[in-house]
Design a protein. Structure first.
Length: 340
């Protein structure tokens, strides 16, 4: 088989697309509008679609959109995370919070606008919060070990990590986390941040325990002013995980009014609104396949030209037959022939 034939018959990767071939930039702009809306602060948005529908690609476009809108004195800090990659021994809740704190610690360290006193105060807050997470991780890991080997008991572990009576510098546990985290986000060292956007991908790949803990971390600990979240997942699969989780424990979410399903109610109390990815039309499918083929044979500038023309036709509600002849005729003549 020749190299040419190998190139013609090569399979396309199902990795997130680096180029926007389906005009998903309109969806990304809508998400960015909501994330930066002061009236929705804090906010958690869902980006819903089936596996392979382009959610990760849209998250990349959201990041690009936020970067383009950011101003020098009003930065948007973007944090990307994938809960299904978390270490199950330390807990999804602690892992997600830990990633956010690590990004904020780096931001405090690198900021040039805050005075040293403000940076020192923020750094101290970050360290206190990190210690709380470390203790939470330790108790969870030790509790799991104790259950497996039956030494020591869980009650003994809880007594071990309880703060000493009268300890003013209490760092153990997560009880006061939200208040201190709110203080950190409002500190002078982070005054240059307009928002922190946490892009959560592939939540629908996770086990039910990870799904619940990730949602709880967002709702119970991190939902303070200047924090925003985009949760990219198949909403139905996340609801299935919630059903499974509460079924396993014998507990159920709060009963829903108007007979709304409890699992959906639980999800909607955390995610204010969900933006569904649009299903592909016949034109979308035809244009996408055409552009994938053009990418293999034409320079980037020519592919971008055809992509732009496809976007114009798509937004006008047209069909593939309405594409200007110049969009494909010259391109086809540039393709190598199989007979070559």
């Amino acid at each position: 088989m020749t190299d040419l034939n190998t190139a013609v018959l090569a399979l396309w990767s199902d990795d997130p697309a680096p180029d926007d071939l389906l005009s998903f930039d309109a969806v990304a702009a809508t998400v960015a509008d909501a994330l930066l809306d002061d009236a929705l602060d804090p906010v958690a948005l869902g980006l819903s679609g089936t596996w392979g529908s382009g959610k990760t690609t849209v998250l990349g476009l959201v990041r690009r959109e936020l970067d383009e809108r950011a101003e020098e004195d009003q930065k948007v800090l973007v944090i990307e995370t994938e809960p299904w990659r978390y270490d199950p021994t330390t807990g999804a809740k602690e892992s997600l919070i830990g990633e956010v704190l690590a990004a904020l610690a780096k931001e405090v360290e690198n900021t040039q606008t805050a005075v040293e006193g403000a940076k020192a105060t923020a750094t101290k807050l970050v360290r206190r919060l990190a210690k709380r997470i470390d203790w939470a991780r330790a108790i969870k890991l030790t509790a799991k070990t104790s259950l497996a080997f039956q030494i020591p008991s869980v009650n003994e572990i809880v007594d071990l990590v309880k703060p000493a009576e009268g300890d003013e510098d209490q760092v153990r546990g997560l009880e006061a986390f939200r208040g201190e985290f709110n203080e950190l986000m409002g500190s002078a060292a982070l005054a240059h941040l307009q928002a922190v956007a946490v892009l959560v991908d592939d939540l629908d790949r996770c086990l039910p325990e990870t799904v619940i803990e990730s949602l709880e971390a967002i709702r119970l600990f991190l939902a303070v002013p200047k924090m925003s979240f985009v949760i990219a997942a198949d909403e139905e699969r996340v609801a299935d995980a919630i059903r499974t989780r509460f079924s396993d424990t014998g507990a159920t979410p709060e009963a829903a009014p108007d007979d709304e399903e409890p699992a959906k109610l639980y999800l909607h109390k955390i995610v204010q609104t969900t933006i569904p990815l649009p299903a592909l039309s016949r034109f979308d499918t035809q244009a996408f396949l055409l552009l994938l083929q053009l990418q293999q044979h034409l320079p980037n500038d020519q592919v971008e030209h055809v992509t732009d023309q496809c976007a114009v036709v798509r937004r006008a509600g047209g069909a593939s037959t309405t594409l200007p002849a110049s969009a494909t005729s010259t391109s086809r003549r540039s393709w190598p022939s199989r007979a070559a």
